[in-house]
Design a binder for this molecule. Structure first.
Ligand code: ADP
Length: 468
């Protein structure tokens, strides 16, 4: 009998597909180690999250395929995980060490957004991930109470705030920053600068997931947080009564404008399970079951039952996934955590080439932006400054430009370029103009390199031809 070769094992493992990424685990780089000892084969498969919903399915498939090799007597498949995050920011990350930032949002208060954020974070931590939880609901910070992490945070010798340890998670609340002044401070531009300062002042260390409990609604604070915290993705919590409301769907639009992928909706208080007869009662369910959610255009990630115990457990400062791990509610939160983790992995693994800049060079005669697909776009400074589309440069009603190219200083240069979230660059120009954002999509369109200019010319000519 011929000896089993590593190549034989790798060949059969190419038949095992990741159902979300639609690629085999070998080409995805998941197979980390193959040990062969006579007829015994041991492999290590590294997934992209410890909360992988198909972990056991993949393990079983690996085992089955390895057993098809002649001479195999014994198979051991070890499943490990290394959480990956999306590509790094070109202008330096606001949250270094944090691999994924997930926003938990809702259209209005009281739908259970904080409850979902807390239990989702706790379920991810339970699965073995390192997790941070940030209560950014400055209008009604309640998470501290729900996880029992109250008091004043300590500062480390570098002056950074040290998060609390709460049930194996790192926890910090933004409400601590402003104390009693919150109603005034959390409005307008002051909110934006406070949020930026706060985000860079917390020592999260190395974590896989930072779950951010956003304030309800879609105002200034939410938008600034969404832009500055470099969100990997967002989920929107709603209740069955709320599903048809415009307010609930506004969040979708907000994340859309700033290019943050919405993983889907969580339907909280979806049903009540009777303790006596075990029947499921969909008390608040709108007519048509799941159908009303179809208009959202994003998937339903999970349905959480009404759990009378939740409020009481919240008061005790223990998430239900910790206090009652065998309950239906805890199981629903664990399933939600797996779906969310898998969605975030898919974003991280498929993001290369998704249109993010990886390097910016403004030191030469032109601005050069290198993109994650390798393209280097080139921009004349004066033209780029002229094409600013902020309200000061373009009339909001007529869409007409308020200035002409010749009026812009020919020697204008960017003094500062900052990345705004995952969707735009913000320039501070030498003529002091600093209100314009250039979305990544627009910057790519404005590229003046030879091949882009030629394409532009061609399309202009063909549209002129069509008009004739
Ligand atoms: P939000 O963050 O949207 O304002 P909270 O998470 O603070 O909402 O929840 C509001 C109240 O509803 C809390 O008392 C909480 O315990 C309760 N609650 C949330 N989800 C559920 C649920 N699935 N079953 C029962 N009570 C819930």
């Amino acid at each position: 009998m011929s000896q089993i070769q590593e190549a034989d094992v790798v060949r059969v493992l190419r038949n095992v597909q990741d159902p979300d990424l639609h690629r085999d685990i070998v080409s995805l780089g998941f197979v980390k180690k193959v040990d062969i000892d006579g007829g015994k084969v041991a492999v290590v498969v590294e997934l992209t999250t410890p909360a992988c919903p198909v972990k056991e399915q993949l393990r079983g498939e690996c085992e089955r395929w390895i057993r098809t090799i002649d001479g195999v007597t014994d198979v051991h498949v070890e499943m490990t995980a290394q959480v990956r995050g999306p590509a790094a920011q070109s202008t330096g990350p606001v949250l270094p060490g944090v691999k994924n930032v997930l926003a938990v949002a809702s259209g209005k208060g009281g739908v259970g957004k904080s409850t979902v954020a807390v239990n989702l974070a706790a379920a991810l931590a339970d699965a073995g991930a390192s997790v941070g939880l940030l209560d950014a609901d400055v209008y009604g910070p309640s998470v501290a109470h729900m996880v029992g992490g109250e008091g004043q945070p300590q500062q480390n010798p570098q002056g950074m705030l040290v998060p609390f340890d709460a049930h194996g998670m790192k926890f910090m609340s933004m409400g601590m920053l402003v104390g009693d002044q919150s109603p005034v401070v959390w409005r307008g531009p002051m909110a934006s600068s406070l949020i930026q300062q706060f985000l860079t002042k917390v020592d999260w260390g190395e974590i896989d997931y930072l779950v951010v409990d956003l304030p309800p609604g879609t105002g200034d604070v939410q938008l600034t947080l969404t832009q500055t915290a470099e969100l990997t993705g967002a989920i929107i919590v709603t209740t069955p009564q709320d599903v048809a409301s415009e307010v609930a769907q506004k969040g979708l639009k907000m994340f859309g404008t700033v290019n943050v992928p919405v993983l889907g909706v969580v339907e909280n208080m979806a049903y009540f399970k009777c303790g006596h007869c075990d029947a499921r009662h969909e008390i608040f369910r709108p007519r048509g079951g799941d159908k009303p959610f179809a208009s959202w255009g994003v998937p339903v990630l999970g349905a959480i039952p009404i759990e009378p115990e939740l409020a009481a457990l919240g008061d005790e400062g223990t998430p239900v996934v910790k206090a009652a791990p065998d309950s239906d509610t805890a199981a629903a939160f664990r399933a939600l955590a797996q779906t969310v983790a898998s969605g975030l992995s898919t974003i991280a693994m498929t993001q290369a080439g998704a249109g993010m800049p990886t390097a910016i060079d403004a030191d030469g005669p032109l601005l050069q932006v290198t993109w994650d697909d390798g393209h280097v776009s080139r921009h004349n400074f004066q033209r780029l400054r002229f094409l600013c589309s902020c309200a000061a440069c373009v009339d909001e009603h007529t869409g007409k430009r308020k200035t002409v190219l010749e009026f812009i200083d020919p020697n204008v240069r960017p003094m500062k370029i900052e990345q705004s979230g995952r969707y735009a660059l913000q320039f501070t120009w030498s003529d002091k103009h600093d209100t314009g954002l250039y979305t990544f999509t627009r910057l790519r369109e404005l590229c003046e390199c030879e091949s882009c200019a030629a394409k532009e010319k061609q399309s202009a000519e063909s549209s002129r031809g069509a008009a004739r």
